[in-house]
Design a protein around this ligand. Structure first.
Ligand code: FES
Ligand SMILES: [Fe+2]
Length: 446
């Protein structure tokens, strides 16, 4: 087919990575087209537009996108660009509106994307403007997984179900547990002087946790009674890494009735979380089957191309600038106390003021900038940890690493990026077959 070999940036055999992909302006421009122009991307959550005529302003790569729910309840996504001269139609972050009027000359579009009003259509345009062909530019496909809205500009993209593939078997254990779905709070937004790929690859990097986050972990363990992280604990952990279609996931195998861990759980409220877990277990078992309900807990993870630790986005704004959007997602039907603990826990760790987030940003900045010097560029990044120690597992779908601490997912992420950058179309991009058995009643839509 049309695959080129222009990009040979990652060597999967020795794990060496070309640093220029973090800082080169030409590579960045090509990413906007070849990665963000064709990948499925998370753009919002159904709970952010719960009512007819709600809208939410979002991004795909650098392109502003309006996510709308029309009067009939159907969800759409359009490029936020007036077809006349290119002004942005929507300036507010979110709201409720049937129509959007461009503030330059007043062309007005419905929330279904139709051009419904043009000042001077007869007087100035002689009735000759082809109004029907000048609706808002729509994404090629939009689909929803467990309330999370995804879209792609590529008409030849595979289905979202195929794109997520076996990753969904693990994602379900966090995002698809309850009949009532999840509620998104946010986003909290801030800019970071980092390349957008650095936080994504870091999502599967548990190697850094005991060093980078040592101070934050000590504070949390003293104030909240959360367990300390140590190299010893991480290296011995039976948790695992796995990779599917460039998505990098980590998960923990749990004993029956073992408490689920997460940000927001402290020694003071652990009993509340355990009660909630017990109370909801029959529903979760019905939805996910008892194996996943009881024994699998999703850990840190990324979704290709720019999803970081769940429904959180690294939006590119240049090779060395990323706008970060932090949301927290909680079960809609959880007790208020649990929701509050999860929200504050999520922000305390990973929001703009999150202690762990701040620890991380300086690392990402230095990794991103290391490709700027011609001398530094002669020395590739070393991602060789665990080469040859990942395989198909009998119980857990995906390409699963033998050990928790591994760079298996990072190698696969950059190999996926390279595949996108070299491909002419989706025909040149492989999709792993779905092999997982999805027990229970939970489906793509919830
Ligand atoms: S640019 Fe929008 S109406 Fe002219
Ligand atoms: Fe971190």
């Amino acid at each position: 087919m049309g695959t080129s070999t222009k990009y040979q940036v990652i060597d999967p055999v020795n794990g060496l990575l070309d640093r220029r992909i973090f800082s080169d302006a030409g590579i960045y421009q090509e990413e906007l087209e070849k990665v963000f122009g064709r990948a499925w991307q998370m753009i919002g959550h159904e709970s952010l537009i719960p009512n007819p005529n709600d809208f939410f302003l979002t991004y795909m790569g650098e392109d502003p996108v309006i996510l709308t729910r029309d009067a009939k309840g159907e969800v759409h996504a359009f490029l936020n660009m007036c077809r006349h001269r290119g002004n942005r139609i929507v300036r507010a972050d979110d709201g409720n509106a049937k129509n959007f009027m461009c503030s330059y000359h007043g062309w007005t579009y419905s929330n279904e994307g139709k051009l419904v009003s043009v000042p001077g259509l007869q007087e100035a345009y002689y009735g000759e403007l082809d109004v029907d062909s000048l609706g808002l530019v729509s994404v090629a496909h939009l689909d929803i997984y467990a309330g999370i809205v995804f879209a792609t500009w590529a008409s030849d993209a595979p289905t979202l179900k195929a794109y997520l593939g076996d990753a969904r078997w693990y994602l379900d254990t966090q995002f698809n547990r309850r009949d009532g779905g999840m509620q998104a709070y946010g986003p909290m937004k801030w800019t970071q002087p980092v390349n957008w790929k650095a936080p994504v690859d870091n999502s599967s990097d548990n190697y850094h946790v005991a060093i980078t986050h040592l101070g934050s972990a000590i504070v949390q363990s003293q104030a909240l009674g959360r367990p300390r992280t140590s190299h010893e604990g991480l290296f011995k952990s039976p948790a695992k890494h796995l990779s599917v279609n460039g998505h990098g996931l980590t998960f923990r195998m749990m004993e029956a009735n073992e408490p689920r861990r997460g940000h927001g759980v402290t020694k003071y409220n652990l009993h509340l979380f355990q009660e909630y877990q017990q109370d909801t277990l029959p529903e979760v078992e019905r939805r996910l089957g008892s194996f996943r309900a009881q024994h699998v807990q999703l850990g840190n993870h990324s979704l290709f191309p720019n999803g970081v630790l769940g429904f959180r986005l690294a939006l590119p704004q240049g090779p060395l600038q990323t706008e970060f959007w932090h949301f927290s997602l909680v079960d809609k039907e959880a007790p208020e106390e649990i929701k509050r603990a999860l929200r504050t826990g999520s922000q305390g760790n990973n929001g703009a003021a999150g202690m762990f987030e701040q620890d991380d940003i300086d690392n990402w900045r230095q990794v991103s900038e290391s490709g700027r010097s011609p001398v530094a560029r002669r020395y590739p990044q070393d991602l060789s940890m665990g080469v040859g120690h990942a395989s198909i597992h009998p119980d857990y779908p995906g390409m699963v690493s033998e050990r928790y601490i591994s760079e298996n997912n990072q190698r696969n992420y950059y190999a996926r990026w390279q595949e996108f950058m070299n491909a002419e179309s989706w025909a040149d991009i492989h999709i792993d077959p779905i092999t997982a058995s999805f027990e229970g009643t939970a489906g793509m839509r919830g």
